[in-house]
Ligand binder design. Structure first.
Ligand code: F2R
Ligand code: MG
Ligand code: MG
Length: 300
């Protein structure tokens, strides 16, 4: 894979802390209509399912000798708090696996064709970090991490778009080339079309309402991952501007802000994240330690 620069540890911590901050700041506004939703760092920033799953995935990467969907779902199912606002399909998959059902059966129990929700994409950043140097390992890990809960091709492709974006930013590739790169990598017609729309939209200045119509703000992977990438491309060099923009769109604010926050955090590094908000982030030091572990894994 074409590596232009060697990232340092603070790109890794910036990425995972950026994801958790985006999730926690977006959570109070999830499901609201578009509007002026101001990120509030004045009290404890509590994360939701997006970050809980990211933490479990990072732990699986660091602790498993062979990274498989069976191992990954075991981490998800044994360490989840249903009160963190999980998607209904994912919640059911995790409870079935916890009760002993095989993962490949459980993942088709709610939606026979699998979930196209953004659950596999919102948590996948640790995969992009750990395997950014090796395309084959990266693709394998993306697939196994997605198939632990999401087997619909659109759910899997959303995770691919996010993890490939993290790896792209980490390798120091020019951000302006990201959409073209992803267009070549997209595997489903849904994502190919969404990326075509993104390419056209990025050069304009649509209102939040227009942007939602074009790219979406819902829990569907192809209607939220491109939106997060748009937010990153427009505002990613300023972390809080990126998050404020995501919140202004309404809809799946925690998840769109988590995905855009991971990309922005990777680019601006930990020092580019707002210190006052970081201080109040739940499990900050645990997330930081996981990111440092992934940094060591990526170098080995
Ligand atoms: N679930 C939520 N938010 C609602 C509750 C939050 C509230 N604040 C609270 O505290 O309770 N957010 C989280 O869910 C999203 C990620 O979802 P995931 O993991 O992909 O779940 P799921 O259930 O697989 O998919 C989500 C929905 O998409 C629709 N869907 C998916 N595949 C489908 C298919 N094949 N056919 C029809 N519909 C399908 C369903 O409506 C699923 O429930 C994130 O926003 C996270 O923050
Ligand atoms: Mg959530
Ligand atoms: Mg959400």
């Amino acid at each position: 894979m074409n590596t232009t620069t060697t990232p340092d540890e603070t790109s890794f911590t910036g990425c995972l802390l950026g994801l958790a901050l985006g999730d926690a700041l977006g959570a109070p506004h999830e499901g609201k209509p578009p509007g002026m939703h101001i990120p509030d760092c004045s009290s404890t920033l509590t994360y939701t399912d997006d970050t809980e799953m990211m933490i479990n995935l990072a732990r699986a990467i660091l602790e498993c000798t062979t990274l498989s969907r069976q191992e990954i779902v075991r981490y998800f199912a044994s360490n989840y708090n249903p009160a963190r606002g999980y998607g209904g399909g994912t919640l059911k998959v995790l409870s079935l696996v916890k009760d002993g059902l095989q993962v490949d059966v459980a993942v088709r129990s709610v939606f026979p064709e699998g979930s196209y929700g953004n659950g596999a994409a919102m948590r996948v950043a640790p995969v992009g970090l750990a395997f950014y140097r090796d395309e084959e390992l990266l693709e394998h890990a993306i697939r196994e991490s997605a198939l632990a809960t999401h087997v619909h091709p659109v759910g899997v492709d959303g995770a691919r778009m996010m993890a490939l974006s993290v790896a792209f930013v980490l390798r120091g590739r020019p951000v302006e080339e990201l959409t073209e790169y992803l267009s070549k990598k997209a595997q489903t017609p849904e994502f190919k079309k969404a990326l075509d729309r993104l390419k056209i939209t990025i050069s304009g200045n649509p209102s939040p309402k227009e942007l939602i119509e074009i790219l979406g703000n819902s829990v569907a992977s192809d209607r939220s991952v491109p939106t997060a990438i748009y937010a990153f491309l427009k505002h990613g060099r300023d972390f809080m501007k990126t998050i404020s923009f995501c919140l202004s769109l309404g809809g799946d604010t925690d998840t769109i802000a988590a995905m855009a926050g991971a990309l922005s955090g990777c680019l601006v590094k930990e020092e580019g994240l707002p210190g006052e908000c970081l201080k109040r982030l739940e499990d900050r030091s645990k997330i930081s330690s996981l990111a440092k572990g992934l940094y060591l894994t990526a170098q080995s």
